[in-house]
Design a protein around this ligand. Structure first.
Ligand SMILES: *[C@@H]1O[C@H](CO)[C@@H](O)[C@H](O)[C@H]1NC(C)=O
Length: 296
């Protein structure tokens, strides 16, 4: 009798234990499902706070590299067609001044590449002056180029290649536009074989603004598939700037846009130009990135 009772109590204990255990198991399963579905989230970071889908802001952790102090850094999506992003305070004022000081004594009238011969030629569509800075020429340039590589690191899904600008980028080009100077809308990718021999197709462009411009000088994307009159700075744009999605030059900001789709086909919505400067001076620096290693 006693023996039977003993096992019954023990059996009851065991089944209660099993019940609690399975309830705990079910509870964690439900929690995991909720986490997976994104209904609840763990409070890991409160820094990333998407405001809306078209333009989310992402704060970038401050890094100690480079020359001078940079303001608050964050990225902004301005368009998905073309894929275009602004990285605020990408360069410090000191770095902008440094790039301009290196370039100033060597500025020559800008040319465009002849699509048939691959040679440089003078052009009325591009009236700025500029010069190239050798890739990795000094510590400050190397820091900036590393920063560009970190920001633009990207896998081109169609080709399965990883684009890192330290190897795939051309040397930085510094450009100067005076009042009335401009660059008519064009593509950064090439349609000929000659210009893709070194490094393959140009896949992305990072445009850094080294100065503010009082009026005009916007970077305009006339073929952007967005409602470009909805940008907050619409009323400050020049007539040319209102012909598409426009970005106003701001010292230290960088504009990144892709000339290729993620599947490695060319993106015609990446058509872009530099509006004529109306008041002030425009200084910018460009890094073109190729699909493969670009030999310097
Ligand atoms: C585009 O944006 C402007 C300003 O926000 C708005 O007035 C206009 O109705 C929008 N157009 C379309 C087609 O959504």
């Amino acid at each position: 009798m006693a023996k039977g009772r003993y096992t019954r109590v023990q059996g009851k204990k065991r089944s209660t234990f099993m019940l609690v255990l399975s309830m705990l198991f079910m509870l964690s399963l439900v929690l995991l499902m909720l986490l997976a579905l994104g209904i609840v989230s763990l409070p890991i970071s409160t820094d990333d706070s998407p405001t809306d889908l078209s333009s989310f802001r992402r704060k970038i952790s401050e890094r100690g590299d480079g020359l001078g102090e940079r303001g608050e850094q964050w990225t902004e999506v301005i368009s998905w067609e073309p894929r275009a992003f602004i990285y605020h305070n990408f360069l410090s004022k000191e770095e902008c001044d440094y790039l301009m000081s290196l370039a100033k004594p060597h500025m020559v009238k800008s040319s465009v590449v002849d699509s048939k011969t691959g040679e440089s030629k003078d052009s009325r569509v591009r009236t700025s002056s500029g010069m190239f800075l050798r890739r990795g020429r000094d510590k400050i340039i190397r820091d900036i180029e590393k920063r560009i590589a970190d920001f633009t690191v990207h896998t081109c899904r169609g080709s399965g290649k990883t684009i890192t600008t330290k190897e795939n980028g051309e040397g930085l080009q510094v450009l100067h536009y005076e009042v009335g100077q401009k660059y008519e809308p064009h593509y950064d990718y090439f349609l000929d074989e000659f210009n893709t021999k070194n490094g393959g197709q140009r896949v992305a462009t990072l445009l850094m603004y080294l100065s503010d411009v009082e009026e005009g000088g916007e970077t305009v994307f006339p073929a952007a598939k967005t409602n470009f009159s909805s940008v907050p700075w619409w009323n400050d744009l020049s007539e040319c700037g209102k012909k598409g999605l426009s970005v106003k030059p701001k010292m230290g900001d960088a504009l990144l846009f892709w000339s290729m789709m993620p599947d490695a086909t060319l993106d015609p919505s990446s058509l872009h130009g530099g509006c004529p400067v109306i008041r002030g001076n425009k200084w910018s620096s460009t890094k073109w990135m190729h699909l493969d290693e670009y030999k310097v």
